[in-house]
Design a protein around this ligand. Structure first.
Ligand code: BGC
Length: 763
């Protein structure tokens, strides 16, 4: 009996491993690099190896003199000569620096590192939506906007320009892209990734890896940078909706959804992966050998490097309480598969890890494996052959060409959610521009912009236009009136507002024909961005209500990192646009769209909730919605959202016809070819995201309502028709069961594109 119980899980585990274990990488390691890695490793002492596994924050290396950061010789000696530290991160004083400053600082750091052990240092920056920490560069829309574009080429291009501008500052590595799934509207990091869906995160994440790194993962040239895909995994599904709190997700959902974008990115050759700071199903991700080593490294064959998030080894014993002290925490994390520790301020990591190795508690083979991965990444970045770049090779840094690319990108990411015909705005009308987000670069950019919390964007981005400035330029100074009505208190927490002056805005509306009310959120990042109430602030809703009561049409502009509830003011608006966090060129992009110079083509990258206690995602299980009952058992069990995932309007209309699938019966090995005609039936050229959803009608796990299986974007002139073709491996329709295996069960499936659908049968 005993044996039976033991054997079954073991057999299941072996079957699962065998089924998933295959090298699925899209590249083959370069044997010359592998030889150089081995040669370097063979010469290293244990101290040097452990040093290469350590990353410190730059603050440790110097001190501030006024607002200038200066590297101290004695600290540099200590960190590099004594400890041979392999990596440095972050910006000094938490404020963006000029590329010239970075050029010289990173060159000095490399000089020390090369003198200490002949190995260049790898510097890492959070260039999260463009040049977060390098002044004067290009800030693109945040990733949530990129998700709204449903356009992989756009994401690739933004990453490629960011890579160029990051290397211009002599920095070879970014902690991007973020491919967490935003499964909870309350989470303060919703805007950092491509939305709630795993396919969108996988496709756009992979495109960004290619854009950052270039096409050959073995050889990242001087115009490209290495990536750290983050935060592995299930970070965006915390039960409380708050940052760095525990997630509980069944393993089949982890496998099917949260793992998918990381898999896609490492298969594309991402140089590194950063780990989710929190715990999943009770186990901190940083000590989970199964997910770090087995799933991420062994099953895929991936040879990249895993780095912790900020101080997360420290957090294992100070916050998560799974280790009694730091040494235990280090042993657990390194044995689980961590290759580099982001230990911002402490070098005791090195001393304790050396002790642990000498005591036999971390095998030397694990250390060698970690260091190989670190060295491989440095070789692939070309750092051994060219540790530094020359700023003269980057004439396009912060150029009009790059700013224009950011503006064109922003145009494609704004979502038109409602339009009674008032948009595009007629020329020559008087427009009241109002609301706390109307005249703020901070609001357009969100967090990770010049500083971590994004507070100083108005100081550093003054050459770019706020919404107000862009509206004045596009519609004429004389036609634009400005009265904020509500303002943020920029010295307080992100949600703090000053005493509202709603009456002044109402008075200003008397002189206007149209009201453009810009509301939403001020910038924040991570834990400081936690919230207690998902509704848009009461002041802002009161402002919109007061303005609507004037009888003048209100165009509601939502500028926010996550969906704040607007169900009481949406009915008052003649039009609604969610611009999300469109970056430095967002003001200009919005003015172009409101004027009708360009067409809207963004779609919601997440489900926009209507009610605070009804949070869901588009791929909810069918049993969440059982309909309505009348009479004695009067109830309403319907999913009721403000705007669904994938929703977005345009100034033109599209008609779908002739949906066709080449097989009506299929089996697992088949590839389905799905075609559909899309016609622009309006009067303006426009881009349309074509989304292919599936539904498994009956399944042994309660089926999902819908699941996105493929998407593309087409541009159509008025009257033009295009046939869109999707090639869909039938196996993509499978789900992961409780046994961890993929199942494609016989029975009926529905494929759906817009208002068309086809039923198929799996044999
Ligand atoms: C964040 C990461 C970031 C890291 C380094 C952490 O607090 O969670 O996203 O890459 O800091 O700045």
């Amino acid at each position: 009996m005993m044996r039976k119980y033991l054997v079954t899980p073991i057999v299941m585990m072996l079957v699962t491993m065998a089924l998933y274990a295959q090298n699925t990488l899209s590249y083959v390691p370069d044997p010359k690099i592998e030889q150089r890695v081995e040669k370097t490793l063979s010469r290293m002492t244990l101290e040097e190896k452990v040093g290469q596994m350590t990353e410190l924050a730059i603050d440790v290396l110097g001190h501030m003199e006024g607002d200038r950061f200066v590297l101290d010789e004695d600290r540099m000696e200590y960190v590099f000569m004594r400890y041979k530290v392999g990596s440095i991160l972050n910006t000094p004083g938490a404020v963006s620096q000029s590329p010239q400053w970075w050029q010289s600082a990173i060159r000095t750091i490399n000089d020390y590192s090369l003198r200490a052990c002949g190995i260049p240092c790898v510097y890492g920056l959070d260039q999260n939506h463009g040049t977060t920490y390098t002044l004067g560069g290009t800030l693109f829309p945040q990733n949530t906007n990129m998700g709204a574009s449903f356009d992989a080429d756009l994401a690739r291009q933004a990453a490629s320009i960011t890579a160029y501008e990051t290397r211009a500052a002599n920095c070879p590595w970014t902690y991007s892209p973020t491919v967490d799934l935003s499964r909870d509207a309350r989470w303060p990091r919703v805007w950092e990734n491509f939305g709630e869906d795993c396919l969108v995160n996988a496709v756009l994440g992979r495109a960004m890896v290619e854009g950052f790194q270039g096409t050959d993962p073995n050889h990242i040239d001087k115009y490209h940078i290495g990536t750290s895909v983050k935060h592995y995994m299930a970070y965006g599904a915390a039960r409380t909706g708050k940052d760095r709190t525990p997630t509980y997700v069944p393993e089949w959902e982890l496998r099917e959804k949260h793992f998918a974008p990381f898999k896609a990115c490492v298969e594309a050759g991402a140089t590194s992966v950063m780990v989710n700071s929190g715990s999943v199903n009770g186990i901190p991700m940083h000590v989970n050998a199964k997910y770090l080593t087995q799933w991420l490294k062994e099953e895929t064959g991936w040879d990249g490097m895993i780095i912790t998030d900020w101080a997360d080894i420290e957090n294992l014993w100070k916050r998560e309480m799974v280790a009694a002290n730091k040494k235990e925490a280090i042993i657990m994390a390194i044995n689980a598969g961590i290759d580099m520790a982001m230990e911002p301020y402490n070098l005791d990591f090195c001393d304790l890890l050396i002790e642990a190795v000498n005591e036999g508690r971390v095998p030397m083979s694990r250390i060698d494996d970690a260091v190989r991965r670190v060295l491989r990444m440095k070789y692939r970045m070309g750092l051994f052959d060219m540790p530094n770049t020359d700023i003269k090779d980057y004439p396009k840094y912060g150029s009009p060409e790059h700013f224009k690319a950011a503006q064109d990108a922003a145009v494609q990411t704004m979502v038109l959610l409602k339009n009674n015909g008032i948009l595009p705005l007629a020329q020559g009308k008087k427009i009241l521009v109002t609301g706390p987000n109307a005249n703020s670069m901070r609001c357009l950019n969100g967090g990770w912009s010049y500083t971590w919390q994004g507070k100083d964007a108005d100081k550093f981005a003054s050459e770019h236009n706020t919404i107000l400035e862009a509206m004045q330029q596009r519609f004429g100074m004389a036609n634009v009136i400005y009265e904020a009505g509500v303002t943020y208190n920029n010295d307080g927490p992100y949600w703090a507002e000053n005493e509202p002056q709603i009456e002044r805005a109402v008075q200003a509306a008397a002189g206007a024909d149209i009201i453009v009310a810009c509301v939403g959120e001020n910038s924040y990042a991570e834990t400081p961005g936690n919230l207690d109430d998902l509704a848009l602030s009461a002041n802002q809703r009161d402002l919109v209500k007061a303005l609507a009561s004037t009888g003048k049409p209100v165009v509601l502009i939502l500028n926010e990192g996550r969906p704040r509830l607007v169900s009481d003011i949406e009915p008052l608006a003649a039009a609604v646009v969610d611009i999300l966090l469109p970056g430095n060129e967002g003001g200009n992009a919005l003015a172009r769209l409101l004027a009708g110079d360009d067409n809207f083509s963004g779609r919601m990258p997440f489900t926009y909730p209507r009610h605070s206690a009804s949070l869901t995602t588009y791929d909810y299980r069918v049993s969440e919605e059982t309909g309505t009952m009348q009479g004695v058992y009067d109830y309403n069990a319907q999913v009721d959202v403000q705007w669904p995932f994938g929703y977005g309007l345009s100034y033109t209309t599209f008609e779908y016809s002739n949906m066709h699938v080449d097989k009506t019966d299929f089996t697992a090995g088949d590839v389905l070819t799905v075609t559909i005609d899309v016609k622009n039936t309006g009067r303006m050229a426009g881009k349309e995201s074509v989304l292919l959803f599936s539904r498994d009608i009956v399944a042994t796990i309660v089926p999902e309502s819908r699941r996105l299986r493929a998407f593309t974007k087409v541009e159509l002139q008025p009257g033009e028709t295009r046939t869109v073709t999707f090639t869909l491996p039938a196996n993509d329709l499978a789900f992961v069961g409780n046994d961890g295996l993929r199942h494609l069960e016989p029975g009926e499936f529905l494929l759906q594109i817009a208002n068309k659908s086809v039923r198929l049968n799996c044999r």
